[in-house]
Design a protein around this ligand. Sequence first.
Ligand code: A2P
Length: 332
Amino acid sequence: MKLPHVAIVGATGAVGVEMLLCLEQRNFQLSELTLLASARSAGKTMKFRSEDVTVKELTHDSFAGIDIALFSAGGGISLEYGPSAAAAGAVVIDNSSAFRMDEGVPLVVPEINPEAAKNRPKGIIANPNCTTIISLMALAPLHEKFGLETVIASTYQAVSGSGAQGIVELEEQVKAIANGQDFESKVYPRQIAFNVIPQVDSFTENGYTKEEMKMLNEGRKILGHDTLKVSCTCVRVPVYRSHSVSLTAQFSKEPSVEEARAAYKGKPGVQVVDNPANNVFPVPLDTTGKDDCLVGRIRKSLVLEKALDLWVVGDQVRKGAALNAVQIAEIL
Ligand code: A2P
């Protein structure tokens, strides 16, 4: 079998760097690695398996001979260059939202719907939204057992979800406040240091943000569940890395807490960390740099019938983006 020639588009970004790390840590078998970014980064070197790889400028001619192209440079770049990569024969694994709801593009979480990756008429596979992936890692095993009907979610999303610039803005604001200096908010609509912002992405006509609508639309597509109901409030919090989600999930069958915990047994990529009597529950720092999503605080809803309240945390740069994309490449 010929080993694939892999390219990372946006290799210098927060997710691109993590993709490189995932390929290395998972000992991904490849024949060659091409790193692509903007003209600003052309000529820089990045380490892969102790060797220096020179970053090249992304152009429409970058994809000759490439078998798998991992895109993470924003939706505009995916829309402009993704079709060129597919036309050159590469399978595109796109981390942006550009193609996610396209009927000819599968939307894949390898632990949940790996078979969907096989049918890709446009040569493109989409990586879902980070919050959607992390939430579904907690919900899919329960859906399998009890039949998920309705989800009410509130998210606590780290600044690394906005790329390297989100981390810089939080850091600069914390330093400025500590030193009594003035500062501006450039990345976020309000101060992010020592604050929380109930807006992730832009608002749509129904008052929900695009991020909130992704939980509904992408959740339905990944689970193949057209009648799933999801209502969500996405909130940016001053956490560096790892998203947390508070979920209320209602099912067609009554789940007990014990049965819910048992539903995760043997499921890859998700672990139950749930011992409230000893203050054991997952927090963002527990999952930073880790592959698995952690589920805790599983309890019966006091409001809804056949419903559970639970809490899930996952590293959104990793399982929410880079790792999920590399796992899709592994399926190929
Ligand atoms: P560069 O570092 O050269 O700007 P993040 O989301 O962490 O900010 O990363 C964005 C990634 O997308 C970076 O690798 C960035 O490269 C890349 N990128 C941004 N604009 C372009 C462009 N016009 N062409 C190619 N890559 C781009």
